[in-house]
Design a protein around this ligand. Structure first.
Ligand code: SAM
Length: 293
């Protein structure tokens, strides 16, 4: 069992070693993913690592650090590391005011602009999509907005995340009542089928509208795999990044978003002090950012 470490009072040499190793892991995680554990969150980092260290039969945080860096079978370890350190909280139709703005004015604006040019295509990206509720909600909103005109449009919705385990859940498209807590009965009846044990599976025609893939927002090579998009949702993800990482990810998003496109961050997040590139648009209960033409 890994002993509890006291960060303010490092009394023994052994604990100093463990503290130093934990800080090295913290820095490794930050460099690889942008997720940042400040000094006050080191206890939480240690707690999240503990089950994995025990499962690997390692005796200390230091051993785990070396396993992560040097053990040949540790090459895949970053995958487990990110799975255990990310917060994957989400739900269908999370933050209704933002989604109302998306389905209303944002889609109208894009539909008009694209329609005028005769480019009837929309590319939407949900970065940090967790188990898929966000991109599937966007697919339903688009489908309901376009109605009988849906077939005239080429719609691409992509969900991307650093955690392989959430992506695998997203691809299955099976959800429990907790995920559907903000979803009306009408939507559940129309777009889901019962899947046993009080679970519901999203219908295939919605599932086929969304493609999922691995993306590390912090990794240049991974970011280069993203195509230009008309709308990027990156809600409740940058909250776990420090200022430097936030700025670089937002600058990258600005490049990727098509002129006239939109950017959504979580309701408790804003671009204040991080970017002046986007134009802020106020909606009732929601902030939305636009890349001007
Ligand atoms: C709290 S969930 C937000 C889910 C959804 N966007 C929402 O608002 O309901 C945050 C997600 O961001 C993902 N994430 C964290 N760091 C990431 C990174 N560097 N690159 C891509 N995804 C990341 C996590 O794995 C997690 O699934």
């Amino acid at each position: 069992m890994i002993t509890n470490l006291s960060w303010s009072k490092q009394t023994s040499f052994e604990n100093n070693h463990e503290c130093n190793s934990l800080i090295k892991i913290r820095d490794f995680v930050y460099n690889q993913s942008g997720l940042y554990f400040s000094e006050t969150k080191l206890d939480s980092l240690q707690k999240k690592l503990s089950p994995r260290i025990e499962a690997l039969n390692l005796n200390s945080i230091e051993e785990y650090y070396y396993y992560l860096l040097y053990d040949p079978s540790g090459k895949n370890e970053t995958k487990f590391l990110f799975d255990s350190l990310t917060n994957n909280e989400t739900s269908f139709f999370r933050d209704a005011p933002q989604l109302k703005a998306f389905q209303g004015q944002v889609l109208s604006d894009l539909i008009d602009a694209k329609g005028e040019k005769g480019h009837k295509s929309l590319r939407i990206l949900s970065c940090g999509c967790s188990t898929g509720e966000e991109p599937y909600s966007l697919a339903i909103l688009i489908l309901e907005r376009l109605g009988k005109h849906l077939h005239e449009w080429h719609i691409e919705i992509k969900g991307a995340d650093i955690s392989h385990s959430v992506l695998s859940t997203a691809r299955k498209g099976i959800y429990n009542q907790y995920s559907l807590r903000n979803t009306s009965e009408r939507i559940i009846n129309q777009y889901f089928t019962p899947a046993g044990n009080d679970n519901f599976q999203i219908k295939d025609y919605i599932r086929n509208m969304v493609h999922f893939s691995y993306l590390n927002l912090r990794d240049e090579a991974s970011m280069r795999t993203i195509y230009p998009a008309d709308v990027i949702f990156c809600r409740n993800v940058l909250i776990y990044f420090n200022e430097t990482s936030k700025k670089s990810v937002i600058a990258k998003f600005y490049e990727i978003i098509n002129p006239g496109g939109y950017f959504f961050v979580g309701p408790s997040e804003s671009l204040f002090g991080l970017s002046r590139s986007f134009k802020l648009i106020l909606f009732p209960g929601a902030l939305v950012y636009k890349k001007e033409v």
